[in-house]
Design a protein around this ligand. Structure first.
Ligand code: PSU
Ligand code: MN
Length: 313
């Protein structure tokens, strides 16, 4: 017999903020544990939380520690996620066995969005979403992020989907799944390391208040729960050189194929290969994108926390 419902345990700070109607931003931990090189990842985790605070919101980094899902980590918990060799990568389908086995792991976009929504959080900021991989016809590799976001009411600020993916196919899947995509200050879908993927978006917004109005309209329409993607491009001055990007990405995909890397290991491998092959430039572009998303996420959370948020004005 189940004894209690496992929902994420909230840090005191996150609990108080939610109770008081203060803005809270969920942050994922896979980018820290598996998407960034150590030891820089810990500094980045701390920096992202500081950005959220500087905008007057509370950060809720999500991870699973000894089988307990958390929203809001203390310093020691964040250090464990950033430092441990034995920190696994959990998508939402991994949560039940992880809880049962008291395992420790970082949460991907799918697991973070799921847990954050369960905890009552509405805004989540990350780097680039997972999506349809370029080898999809052979591997059927499509990130679980997409299907989970198609049934979870949460606003996700991202720099598009990772450019290692098949971006047009991913956009098509998002359309099929009924996930709303807003370009933030752009009519083009961002390209993660690149300001633009070259693909158009149907809707453009220009302020956090406008995003909050779309969120309020989602609730008013009361349709099937689905996410709202706010696609926020990295500044042109901070993007990876597009020619370098295309050249090294081709090498990365080739290497991945030759080594027979599959499943959850594909994304971390490609990201890490790009860091090496660009002499660290892809890392800087990735970080610039994430910082911008986290800042915007905090501003959207603040607009959403305003009394009467989403009212036309
Ligand atoms: N964005 C980044 N770096 C990352 C990720 C996103 O800038 O490491 C992670 C996210 O956690 C995302 C995951 O959910 O990559 C996708 O992995 P997969 O393709 O195996 O679903
Ligand atoms: Mn995958």
């Amino acid at each position: 017999m189940p004894q209690h419902t496992v929902i994420p345990v909230l840090s005191e700070e996150v609990r108080e903020a939610l109770e008081g109607g203060q803005p809270v931003v969920a942050l994922e931990s896979t980018i820290l544990a598996h998407g960034l090189p150590r030891p820089r990842n810990l500094a980045v985790g701390e920096e992202l939380e500081a950005i959220v605070r500087s905008e007057g919101a509370v950060p809720a980094t999500v991870a699973v520690l000894d089988g307990v899902p958390w929203a809001g980590l203390d310093k020691e918990q964040l250090e464990r996620i950033a430092g441990g060799e034995d920190v696994r990568k959990f998508g939402h389908r991994d949560l039940a066995p992880a809880v049962a086995a008291r395992a420790t792991g970082a949460t991907t976009v799918s697991a973070t969005a799921f847990l954050a929504a369960r905890a009552g959080l509405r805004v989540f900021a990350t780097g680039g979403l997972g999506g349809v991989h370029r080898e999809w016809t052979h591997t059927q590799d499509e990130s679980a992020d997409l299907a989970l976001l198609a049934r979870t009411r949460i606003t996700v600020v991202c720099a598009g989907v990772k450019s290692i993916l098949d971006v047009p196919a991913t956009l098509q899947r998002l359309e099929t799944l009924g996930v709303t995509v807003l370009g933030y200050g752009t009519a083009h879908f961002p390209g993660f390391y690149l300001t633009s993927s070259g693909e158009p978006v149907d809707w453009t917004v220009h302020s956090p208040e406008q995003v909050a109005r779309v969120m309020a309209a989602q609730d008013a329409l009361a349709g099937p729960a689905s996410a709202l993607l706010v696609a926020n491009p990295v500044a042109e001055a901070e993007q990876l050189d597009p020619a370098l990007h295309d050249r090294v990405l081709a090498q990365a995909l080739e290497e991945c194929r030759e080594r027979g890397i599959t499943g959850q290991a594909v994304t971390p491998f490609l990201l890490d290969f790009l860091v090496g092959a660009t002499g660290g430039a892809s890392l800087e572009a990735n970080l610039a994108a994430v910082r911008g998303n986290v800042r915007l996420g905090a501003r959207i959370a603040a607009a959403w926390a305003e009394p009467g948020a989403g009212a036309a004005r």
